[in-house]
Structures are given as C-alpha cells and as structure tokens.
Design a protein around this ligand. Structure first.
Ligand code: ADP
Length: 440
C-alpha cells in the first residue's frame, strides 16, 4: 500500500502528465512488496542459521516479528535444556542409588545380554563391565542350579547358588531372582544370604541340640517311672531308683537354667559401666560352691587354692560375673581328677586392668578343640561332661559375659597336663584398692 501511494505521489509530482500515475503506483507497489519479501527471507535465513549453529543464550536475533519468534524459540529451547539437565541429574542419582545398593542389580535385554550392572552384581558374579557388557548372562554364570532356573523360565521364585568368591572355608550363598519387565527385558536381583543361611543353620542345630539334651533325661525318667509302676520293688531299690530320677531331673533343670541364662544374656542391654561389683564376695561364694561340687563329684575336696587380691571391683553385673567365674572354676573341678590341684588367681595389673585365672592339672584339651569350646553344646568328651553334670553351655555363657564386660577370654591347654582359662578385664571396667571406694 505504501509503495503504491509513493508511486502515485511521485508520478504526480515529478513526471509529466503523459506518464500514467496508476502504472507508477503499481510498479512501486510490486517493487516494495518484493523488497519486503527479500528482507523477510533474509531474516528467516538468519533465524534458521541461528537455530542450526547459533548460541541460543544470545539475545534476540532479527527484528520485528522474526525477533519475537527467535525470542520465543530461545525461551522454549532453554526450558527444554533445563528439563533435560534435570532428567539427566535424576538419572545419575538413580544410577548412584543402584550402585550403592548392597544387592546386585543386572539389567538384561530381550536376549538376556547384560545392558548394565552395579558393583555388587559384579562382585557377586565376578563380572567386569568393561568386558562383559552385551554378553549373554547365562554364558558368564555357569552354576547348574542357575542354568536350570533359566531354562525352566519360572521366575516366580528365586534360586540359591554359590557366589563367585565362594570357597569351602568361606562359603558365599546368593539368592538370585529374575523379574521380567517392559518389552521382553529382565531385571536380575542378587542378594548375599550367607549370614541368613548360617543363622538359620545355627537355629536348626540349636533346636536339635536342645531337643536331644532334653529327650535323653526324659527317656531315662519315663523308663524309671514305668519300672516303678510295673515292678514290685524293694524299699532300697525304690530309693535307688528315685535317686537316679532326681539326678535326671537335676540335669534337665541345669539345662533349662543355662538356656535361660543364655537367652537373658543375649536379650538384655549391656551391663552398666557405673555399677561397681566387689569381686571378693563373688569369689568367696564360688569357693563354697565348687568345694561342695568337688565333694559331691570326687568324694573329697580337691587341692583347691584361691589367691584373690582383695578390694578389686569390676563395673558390671554381679549375677553375670558370678555365673562366668563359677562356670570356669566349676569346669576345672569337673575336668580335674582327684588328687590333682586347681589354682584360682585374681590380680590387678600395673596398667589398671585385672586378670582372673584358673589353672588346673586336669585332663587338658587338644589344640583343635580350643577354638570351638565356646560354641553351644560343643564338648570334647561328651560322657565326661554328662557324668559331671555338664550342659555344654558353660563356656558359651562365659564368652557372652566376658564380651558384655569388654573382657577377653583366653584358653591354653595341654592334653594330659591341664588347662588355664584367663579373663582379662580392661582398665575401663576395673577399680583397684588404692582408689577411694567401689561399693556397689
Ligand atoms: P560342659 O557343660 O560340657 O562342661 P562347657 O561349655 O563348660 O560345657 O565346656 C565345653 C567343653 O570344654 C567341655 O565339654 C569340656 O570338654 C571342655 N572343657 C571345659 N573346661 C575344661 C577344663 N578345665 N579342662 C578340660 N576340658 C574342659
């Protein structure tokens, strides 16, 4: 319009009347429209170039409508870039979380080839991402149980298999579960269940042991009851039978009492570090009890020598400390034949700690048994333990009590010569006589 107006005006002002004003108006309109179009194309090309190669952080490109378009595009691209960066951050966080997982995670494609795995999976299966990516998982993990699991394709359940680092001495058990997802892909999860399996095996052994320990005296008792009911026994026989029955009942009682002690030790909070227990009275009580035990077992007291430094206190539980000391001295009495000696020492050390020691001249223990003595129901000589009223739980109780008091138990023994059991209490839990008071 402007071009046409200009052409008309120009022809009327500067040209002779013979020249058509309409023609000039048309020509100028066409010319200006063409120039406008060229400018548009130039601006559009500049915008295109900027979109393809430009730096979108730059301010607007072009003028007018094209400038507005470039602004709008720039804003859109910026917000898109931000969204992509956020998604990337979230993805990296997600991968980091998967890496931190103690469980193994493997992503498999439709052909069960490894697309991604975390570090736990690498250690569980001995994988190396730089080498094993896109390898078929079944070719790398060749356990027969896992092979059968893969072949069966029943992924409702998990499968147990040995870990890559499993050895006879240090077995590692894995629970592996595959979860199909998406378009034919599979998520494989692995979990180290070694500790769980060991705990379960221990629990089974424990129940079997307890049942066995209780069944034996129960069988004997019911045998005696049947005899008393069915046979016409003389008075002296009856007394003898009742004595034997009482022995079996005592045995069951000791077993139940030791089991309760153990469960209390496992289930209760650590003994107080502020409650000071004078050890003298505890050893006096132990001396009386083991002297009686020695008389019952061997007919006459053994050579029992107590050398106790008075006044030392230990921070903790008097009941637990008594139980541990009595078990250790009691064992010395039970595994030392008559005529031999037992020495009990309790001394403060120069560094403020204190050591309890019981040394006997008894049967001794072969070296291979020593590491296992504190296991529940572990016995070197089953019949000797039973004959002397043992439950097989004494040293397990001692181990718990010493651990709960921050003390250390050590055992040295020579078969045929005797054994020494020592408990070393650290200075943090010991008060020695020179200190003001340790009244409980
Ligand atoms: P038990 O009730 O059978 O004595 P413990 O847990 O107290 O159970 O001891 C475990 C085993 O350690 C005993 O069965 C015994 O074989 C051995 N033992 C413990 N103390 C002594 C000792 N002083 N001398 C020889 N053997 C011992």
């Amino acid at each position: 319009m402007l071009g046409a107006a200009f052409g008309w005006w120009f022809s009327t002002q500067f040209l002779p009347p013979s020249q058509s004003g309409l023609a000039w108006a048309l020509a100028c309109a066409l010319l200006s429209s063409y120039a406008w179009h060229v400018l548009d194309v130039a601006l559009a090309m500049r915008l295109l170039h900027w979109l393809n190669f430009g730096d979108i952080s730059r301010t607007r490109v072009g003028v007018g409508l094209w400038g507005d378009i470039s602004d709008r595009v720039r804003r859109l691209m910026r917000s898109q870039d931000r969204a992509v960066a956020q998604r990337d951050d979230r993805f990296q966080d997600f991968l980091a979380a998967m890496q931190a997982s103690p469980n193994g995670v493997v992503l498999l494609d439709e052909d069960l080839r490894i697309e991604w795995c975390n570090q736990s999976a690498q250690s569980h299966f001995g994988l190396d991402v730089s080498r094993d990516l896109l390898q078929h998982f079944g070719n790398l993990v060749r356990d027969p149980g896992f092979g059968a699991y893969l072949a069966a394709g029943d992924f409702e359940r998990d499968v147990l298999m040995p870990g890559r680092r499993s050895t006879l001495a240090k077995p590692v058990r894995l629970s592996v579960h595959m979860h199909p997802y998406g378009d034919g892909r599979t998520l494989l999860l692995s979990r180290d269940v070694t500790a769980v399996e060991q705990a379960e095996a221990m629990r089974r052994d424990f129940v079997a042991n307890v049942s066995h320990e209780i069944r034996t005296p129960l069988t004997v008792l019911s045998g005696f009851i049947e005899t008393l009911q069915s046979l016409n026994l003389s008075d002296s026989e009856r007394v003898q039978y009742l004595q034997l029955m009482a022995q079996q009942a005592d045995r069951m009682q000791s077993l139940v009492s030791d089991l309760l002690t153990l469960s209390r030790l496992e289930g209760s909070p650590l003994p107080s570090a502020q409650e000071w227990v004078p050890m003298g009275p505890i050893f006096d009580q132990c001396r009386q009890e083991v002297t009686e035990l020695s008389r019952v077992l061997w007919g006459q007291p053994q050579g029992l020598e107590f050398d106790i430094e008075s006044g030392i206190c230990v921070a903790g539980s008097a009941v637990e400390l008594h139980s541990a000391m009595l078990n250790l001295i009691g064992n010395a009495v039970r595994y030392t034949p008559e005529g031999k000696n037992i020495y009990v020492h309790w001394r403060a050390q120069g560094d403020g700690s204190a050591v309890f020691e019981v040394r006997d001249e008894g049967v001794g223990i072969a070296a291979e048994h020593i590491p296992r003595l504190t296991e529940r129901f572990y016995r070197v000589d089953r019949s000797r333990s039973r004959d002397t009223g043992g439950t097989g739980l004494g040293l397990a109780i001692v181990k718990h009590v010493t651990q709960r008091h921050g003390a250390e138990l050590s055992i040295v023994s020579t078969p045929g010569e005797g054994s020494t059991f020592k408990v070393h209490f650290g200075q943090a839990r010991v008060k020695i006589p020179s200190e003001p008071t340790c009244a409980a």
